[in-house]
Every structure is written in C-alpha cells, then in structure tokens.
Write a protein of this length. Structure first.
Lengths: 193, 187, 200
C-alpha cells in the first residue's frame, strides 16, 4: 500500500463512520454544528496520530498478554494531555465538547487502529494511518454537522443564510440519528463499491 | 516479535509504561496549570465585566447566604464605595441548570445579565443567551418594577415558546436582586 | 423526593442512549435479537452501577485529597477494565448460569463509553433537582443515578430490539438495509422520548 493511499483511504474506502461504523457516540453527540463536528474530529485526529506512533514504537517491547492494558494507558495519557491543552488554550471548545473529550479513550477507532495497524507497522506508516483515519473521521463529522446545522438552524459554519429558526428537531437528539441514517443511505447508494 | 509473556516481563513492562505515562502527565499538568487558571480567570473576568458599568476595581470572590442558599458575588469598588455587585445566580430551567451572572446596582437596579452556562433546548430556550430583545428588558428593573414575567404579574416578556426557560431566567435575576438588597440591609 | 426525580430524569428525560448518546456502539451491535439485547442490558446495568460506586470512592478518597484530578480519565478507565475482568472471574466461579447469560458481553463493556461516561459525569457535573442548589452528587445519589441511567439504557435497548426484530422481516430498499434503517428508527424513537423533556 502506498503512503498516499494510507492517508486517503479514510475518506471513502475505509471511512470510519460510514463504512466501519466506529465511534458512533461522538459522531452523534457533537455534530450539532459543522464547527463542533470539525473540532471533535480534529481532537480525535490528534490522539489517533500520537497514540498510533507511540504504540507502533512500543509494540515490539510489550509482552502479548498485557498489550491491551498498555495500549489503554498510552491512549489515556494522550487524551489527558489533550484535555489539559484544550482547557488551557481552547476553553470554549472544551466547554462545548465537554464529556466527549475524555471519552476519546473508549472510542473504538483509536484502540481499533492500534490493534489492527499500529502494532505491526513502522512508526511513519502508523502516523500516516492515524492521519488518514483521523481525517476521514473529521470529514464525516463535519459533513454531518453541516447538514444538521443547515437544516436545524439555517446556517453553515456559523454564517446564517436562512432567516428564521430552521427545523429544530435536527439540532436535537433525534436529528442526529436521522441525519446519520440518511447520509449512510446516500453513501451506500453512490459511493460504496 | 513481541517479548515473551513471563510474569517478570509483564510486570516490568506495565510498571515502566505507567511510570513514563505518569511522568508525561505530571509534566503536562505542571506546564498547563498556569494557562488553565489564566483561561478560567479570563472567562470569569469577562463575564463580570460584561454585566457591570465601566470603571472601578473588582473585589475578590465573596459569599452571601439568602433564602437558605449560598451565592457567590463580586463587588465593584471605586475608592471605598461599592458601585455595583456581580452576583452568580442559578436556577433550574427546562433542560437543567441555568447559571447567570447578574450585575446589580446597590439600590437593587439590574444593570445587565449574562448566561454562564445552560442546557436549554437549542433554538428555543437557548435563545436566552442571544435574544437581545429578551435580555435587554431586564435593564433597570428592580427597585420599583418587578422582576417577573408578564404572565406572573411582572414586566418581562417571555421568549416565545420558552416560558419555563424565561421564568427560570427571571427567577435567577430576581434572586440576585434580593441578595443585593439583603446585603445592603446588613451593612 | 429527590431520589424519585433523579430516577425519572435519568431513565426518561435524559435517557443515556437517546438523548446523551453514550454507549451507542453496543446498542447498534447487539440489538438484533431481543434475547441478546436483554443480556447486554443486564451486564451493562451491573457494571455501570458497580463501576460508578468504585470510581466515585477512588475519586473522593484518592484523587481529590492528593490533587490528582488530572489522572481521572486514566485512573477510571483502568479501574473499569480491571473491574470488568474481576466481575467476569467471580461470576464464572459463583454463578455459571448468570455467566452464561452475561459472560460474552462483559469483555465488550470495557470500551462501552456509557460506563466511563457515567463515572465521569457523576464526579464532575453539578445536578440540581426540583429547584435545589446545584451540587455534586453524594454516594447514595450517585448510586441511584447510575442504576437509573442503566435501567434507562436497558429500556431503550430492549424496546429497540423489539422493533428491530420486526424490521428484519420487512422489505426495505437496498441502500436502507441494515444500519441506515435502524438509525432512522432510533431517530423516531428519540423523538418520542423528547416528549418527556421538561417534566422534571
């Protein structure tokens, strides 16, 4: 697999949201607007790249029976570092995303990539893999957020272009499920081979 | 390729990983401690500044108890005289806790209000954060005009379709006014 | 009275699956059949309640006194992982029949974000019920909150599994098959649950 395809595979072919259906909780919960989705995606990307690199470097040294606890400790460390950095430099984003930042620890995408890719590939490849999957995740979250924001509040990335209130249900909980469901239908119909 | 899973190796590996991670976290915590304090401080200062008239210095945090609850407040001082109070006041709205910072002049007049945190419905109750028409009508209420919704016999127009949120907001403001009035009585 | 409000709020108004979006992965994964959904709900209920009590105590008597709040995430996830292992071993020894029913779900629960989510929520979020002053929950309230939340999880899961068993027999367009139609169904269920909002 070429280096470039490692980065691009997350967009369509192995898209973590629409194909692999991983990390559903933040996907549904934080996509009330395009910006929120983008921020959540980038936060996950940060953890994915760093944890993939660290785990691919550590993997040969870790005895098989304890590899899961070791991976979880490594991932949790990066998540906590992210939490501290966001509290210090992006307090507004940290306040909106709230609980879902510490919950990156249990996002199956992160542990999944560690198990499926990082523990048997080089540090560079693992970093690219983390970048690719993370970008795919970010893209999906931004698209879902954008659709919900347009339908629910008549704006895109915070710029209001439809006056009035929009269809509130799309910003609330049911809208998350509906938008994800219908986007998945479109994805299946037009993009999946 | 992996190291053998003997007890010694496993213990060694887990201990080392935990130590290194703890060290990284300790370092990160120490490095971000000041900036986090600073960021929280800035948010607080901004919200106090937004509800008070300009000028004067802000006192340290103080506590007052009123109606069986404790309220945190800040005094705006010019010289020795208190020019205004910023009171943190919270009530239960539609979706959860609604927390406000309320600026009140010493005679009990509301200067301005600002939402600190809320969990109201997006697009409905959450408008209490942005709807200028709703927010502005609190200014000047207090001493003779009641801080109550029009439906409850006061002068505040509720946000359309969000009566519970509006009532919670109004209650938080009127509690803050009462806190200031009780402070004046004590002095 | 306050306990009653906590229970109603956690089960219906702020349903963990349908309005807080925690634990969605296993929800979509094992809700194909009513029997597995029931088993998973039981296991989640057990682990969430136990994990919340243990992490609450660890936070109160270990992390807070030493100023180690920043280790919260890492400590909680390790405790939950260890707890799940212990529960599995103990269950196997003392109640093989219960183990048969819940056992296969236990390893999946470590990465169920509902468990970590509830554990973090009870020690960080201030609750206010019935006009009371917002406060962090005490141990009793935290336990009730955890138990009620997981009952809410179970109710949503079992209701949905019932719907999904019917869905399986229906003709849906190719592109809707599987998850998409399931998600749309959950969306409609979440709308129904919106009707509860504001009652507490």
């Amino acid at each position: 697999m070429s280096k470039w395809s490692l980065v691009t595979k997350g967009f369509v072919k192995d898209n973590p949201t629409f194909v692999l259906v991983l990390g559903m909780c933040p996907t549904l919960a934080t996509t009330t607007s395009a910006i929120n989705g983008l921020e959540m995606g980038l936060a996950t990307l940060f953890v994915l790249v760093l944890s993939n690199m660290a785990i691919s470097a550590l993997a040969p040294l870790v005895p098989d029976k304890v590899h899961i606890p070791v991976y979880i400790v490594v991932i949790a460390t990066f998540v906590t570092v992210l939490q501290l950095l966001m509290q210090a430099y992006m307090p507004a984003a940290y306040a909106t995303l709230g609980l879902f930042i510490p919950l990156i620890v249990v996002n199956c995408i992160v542990l999944g990539r560690a198990e499926a890719f990082a523990n048997k590939n080089t540090v560079i490849d693992s970093a690219l893999d983390g970048l690719g999957v993370g970008l795919g995740f970010t893209l999906s979250l931004t698209v879902i957020g954008l659709v919900r924001e347009i339908l629910g509040s008549g704006s895109a990335f915070g710029f209001k272009f439809i006056p009035g209130d929009g269809i509130l249900a799309f910003v609330m909980a049911p809208g998350a499920f509906l938008v994800l469901g219908y986007l998945m239908v479109l994805f299946n119909k037009y993009l999946k081979k | 390729m992996a190291t053998q899973s003997t007890l010694k190796n496993m213990l060694l590996c887990l201990t080392l990983v935990c130590l290194v991670c703890a060290a990284i976290l300790g370092g990160a915590y120490a490095m971000t401690y000041k900036p986090i304090q600073q960021a929280n401080d800035n948010i607080l200062k901004a919200s106090i500044g937004a509800v008070l008239p300009e000028g004067g210095t802000i006192s340290d945090q103080k506590t007052a108890s009123f109606g069986g609850r404790n309220y945190t407040y800040y005094e705006q001082l010019s010289g020795d005289a208190v020019k205004a109070y910023a009171v943190k006041s919270s009530t239960t709205g539609f979706g959860g806790t609604l927390e406000l910072m309320v600026g009140v002049l010493p005679d009990g007049t509301v200067n301005s209000t600002r939402v600190l945190s809320h969990s109201e419905t997006p697009g409905l109750g959450a408008k209490c954060q942005t709807d200028a028409k709703f927010i502005d009508q609190f200014k000047g209420l207090g001493p003779d005009k009641l801080v109550k919704l029009r439906a409850d016999g006061g002068d505040v127009d509720a946000i359309t379709a969000s009566t519970i949120t509006s009532r919670a907001y109004t209650l938080a403001v009127s509690n803050a006014v009462e806190v200031v009035k009780s402070l004046k009585k004590e002095n | 009275m306050e306990y009653l409000l906590i229970i109603i709020s956690a089960i219906f108004v702020n349903n963990i699956l349908l309005s807080q979006f925690l634990g969605i992965c296993p929800f979509l994964g094992v809700s194909n059949k009513l029997s597995t959904a029931t088993g998973m709900s039981g296991a989640v209920c057990f682990v969430i309640t136990l994990a919340t009590i243990v992490t609450y105590l660890i936070n109160k008597y270990l992390l807070l006194p030493f100023g180690l709040e920043f280790l919260q995430t890492i400590a909680f996830i390790l405790v939950i992982a260890a707890l799940v292992q212990i529960v599995e071993i103990v269950l196997k020894k003392i109640s093989p029949s219960l183990y048969q029913a819940l056992g296969i779900f236990l390893p999946l629960i470590t990465t169920n974000c509902a468990v970590l989510g509830v554990a973090i929520t009870v020690v960080t979020k201030e609750f206010a019920y019935g006009g009371a002053e917002p406060h962090l929950l005490n141990l009793g309230e935290a336990t009730v909150y955890a138990l009620a939340t997981s009952v809410g999880y179970g109710i949503a899961m079992i209701l949905f599994a019932g719907l999904r068993e019917h869905l399986a027999g229906n003709q849906v367009p190719q592109a809707f098959k599987g998850l998409p139609i399931a998600l749309i169904t959950v969306g409609i269920m979440a709308m129904a649950f919106l009707g509860f909002s504001g009652i507490v």
